[in-house]
Design a protein around this ligand. Structure first.
Ligand SMILES: Cc1cn([C@H]2C[C@H](O)[C@@H](COP(=O)(O)OP(=O)(O)O[C@H]3O[C@H](C)C(=O)[C@H](O)[C@H]3O)O2)c(=O)[nH]c1=O
Length: 182
């Protein structure tokens, strides 16, 4: 079965080669040269983030306005419903989103170029994410969009209210977001 569609320009799956033997498996989880060839340009990562969340947690939708972060996302444990929203100034897909399920069972990684809002909902008992970013976190530059914004109409696979941070519970609407210059 092929990889899930990523119908917004710039988004890309990075799929490492997995070497399996009787001991288990090995794969290069990141190789700068391979990554640059796949995305067609050199990319410098300056920060690794790791988060552990339990079932029903929804983190997001977050982005940075003046120092947008590209993110290379992978799931170390569990399964998540991952969502990105195109906020790039001038993008023909501005305001459109892509949602994909990602799990530790499939070691593919999602490259999200700068200019997207990002969030995920945990589908397993626990989920651990590790993602590299192309710029530093700047709390003064952080912005959020509420997860259930009607204009975005993201079909989160959750029947109940997700577990949100106070920040995310009071996040602004998509209409209040400003395009991100990248
Ligand atoms: C993002 C970040 C946070 N923090 C501190 C700030 C808080 O004291 C604590 C938790 O932060 P927050 O609740 O914003 O964490 P998440 O809700 O997981 O935020 C992330 O959620 C979505 C999915 C993302 O893609 C972003 O990387 C990021 O915004 O870590 C740091 O020290 N460095 C950081 O880079």
């Amino acid at each position: 079965m092929g990889l899930p569609e990523l119908p917004i320009a710039g988004l890309q799956w990075i799929e490492p080669t997995v070497y399996r033997d009787e001991r288990g498996c090995f794969f290069e989880s990141f190789n700068e040269r391979v990554f640059a060839e796949l995305v067609g340009m050199p990319v410098r990562f300056v920060q690794d983030n790791q988060s552990l969340s339990r079932r029903g947690v929804l983190r997001g939708l977050h982005f940075q306005q003046m120092r947008p972060q590209g993110k290379l996302v992978r799931v170390l444990r569990g399964e998540v419903f991952d969502v990105v929203v195109d906020l790039r100034a001038g993008s023909p897909s501005y305001g459109q989103h892509v949602s994909v399920t990602m799990s530790a069972a499939e070691p593919r990684q999602l490259w999200i170029p700068p200019g997207f809002a990002h969030g995920f909902l945990v589908l397993s008992d626990e989920a651990e994410l590790l993602y590299k970013t192309t710029d530093y976190w700047d709390p003064a530059d952080e912005r959020a969009i509420r997860w259930n914004d009607p204009d975005l109409a993201i079909a989160w696979p959750t029947g109940t209210e997700p577990l949100l941070s106070a920040k995310d519970r009071s996040a602004p609407s998509f209409a209040q977001a400003r395009p991100v210059t990248v």
